[in-house]
Design a protein around this ligand. Structure first.
Ligand code: CP3
Length: 334
């Protein structure tokens, strides 16, 4: 989830001091490394996630994208009709074009020096398609879902292209030093059960299998892979059998239900409501304890159910992280 970013005053200070925009930081390995480490200096975290964005893939395919404070995400063009797919650079070499991500990962891995594992990540094909057509996760008209109905073949062409580039990208991240990978399908819930089966799940599965296969082909040990399909509770059983080692849950799913559905062979991650970071300390701690009791401490990564909101007080993030350690030690001691 987004553990670095705008809720941390040092993030804003760094951005202002260097007078840089979001993607300039992402594209400068020393800066991406520094921002990745900011939350680790404050909190007793058990993992780091490289500072980057899922939108770097549409960027290498030729879409100009910027993130501007107060305005959100700005695209220089959006995909409107199948012919627009011709505007994309289908032959882009993601590992070369995204070398700055690879360098940021290698630098961060060295700087962490074993302190904790480093996550690499990518967006899932459906979520990227949604951004490339709708321009963001909230749009007045469901243009990306309309594509699925009006241009099903072109939709699949796009999803396949995104899938292929994502596999190369994730393989490159592991070679650069990422020790675990997370695939974010943040817009999965919008699809509903049938469209998810057809337009998201096959590509998510392909990414897991092909990434591991390619790594083995180059004699690199595959790393654990996490899938986060937000609001896709209807697909929990499929996600548990999709080739991923960890299923990451949003906060709308009951932990006991999730464990029952996925069985014992996959790990779970999540799923505290990020809005509990606005609650009084007592309530936050009670909810963390209850979450840990329900998930148990094995085959489980304690986390939020989605990213930290930008107006959250960092002290509350500390309370969350410390409560996770305190209660999990308490449970383990029983
Ligand atoms: O902890 C970390 O540093 C992780 C890095 C990370 C970011 N984005 C940094 C970021 C990760 C893992 C992401 C993933 C991402 N990006 C997702 C999937 C996860 C999720 O939240 O569902 C999505 C959907 C995106 C696309 C994206 N990037 C959005 C919707 C936004 C907000 C745009 C707005 O309205 O301002 C971003 C920008 C972004 N990505 C920020 C950060 C720290 C804020 C940028 C800023 O400084 O203005």
């Amino acid at each position: 989830m987004r553990q670095a970013g705008r809720y941390l005053p040092e993030y804003g200070e760094f951005k202002a001091k260097h007078n840089v925009g979001f993607f300039e930081m992402v594209k400068t390995p020393s800066m991406a490394c520094e921002i990745t480490l900011q939350p680790l200096r404050r909190f007793n975290l058990d993992a780091a996630i490289i500072f980057s964005d899922i939108l770097v893939i549409p960027q290498v395919l030729g879409m100009g994208i910027d993130i501007v404070e107060g305005k959100g995400i700005i695209f220089d063009f959006l995909l409107e009709k199948p012919e627009d797919l011709d505007k994309l650079y289908k032959d882009a070499n993601v590992c070369m074009d995204l070398k700055y991500v690879m360098d940021a990962i290698t630098l961060t891995r060295h700087t962490l020096n074993g302190q904790c594992p480093l996550f690499g990540f990518a967006g899932a094909p459906w979520t990227l398609m949604k951004f490339m057509i709708d321009g963001g996760s909230h749009s007045p008209l469901p243009k990306a879902r309309k594509w699925l109905k009006v241009y099903p073949e072109a939709s699949k062409t796009l999803l396949n292209l995104l899938c292929e580039k994502t596999v190369d990208y994730l393989v490159g991240q592991v070679k650069a030093g990422a020790q675990i990978l997370q695939v974010f399908d943040s817009c999965a819930g919008e699809l509903g059960p049938d469209a998810f089966q057809e337009y998201s799940l096959p590509y998510l599965k392909d990414i897991a299998y092909r990434t591991k296969e390619k790594l083995m082909e180059c004699q690199v040990e595959p790393v654990p892979m996490v899938v986060f399909a937000k609001d896709a509770h209807f697909a929990l059983d499929d996600l548990a059998n999709s080739g991923y080692d960890v299923v990451s849950l949003d906060w709308t799913i009951k932990p006991t239900h999730a464990r029952r559905v996925v069985g014992k062979h996959v790990s779970l991650q999540g799923n505290l409501d990020p809005c509990l970071l606005y609650a009084p300390e007592n309530e936050l701690k009670t909810e963390v304890k209850s979450m840990l009791k329900k998930f148990g401490t094995q085959r489980y990564i304690a986390n939020l159910g989605h990213g930290v909101h930008k107006d959250v007080n960092p002290d509350n993030v500390r309370m969350f992280v410390d409560a996770v350690h305190m209660y999990s030690e308490e449970i383990n001691a029983i």
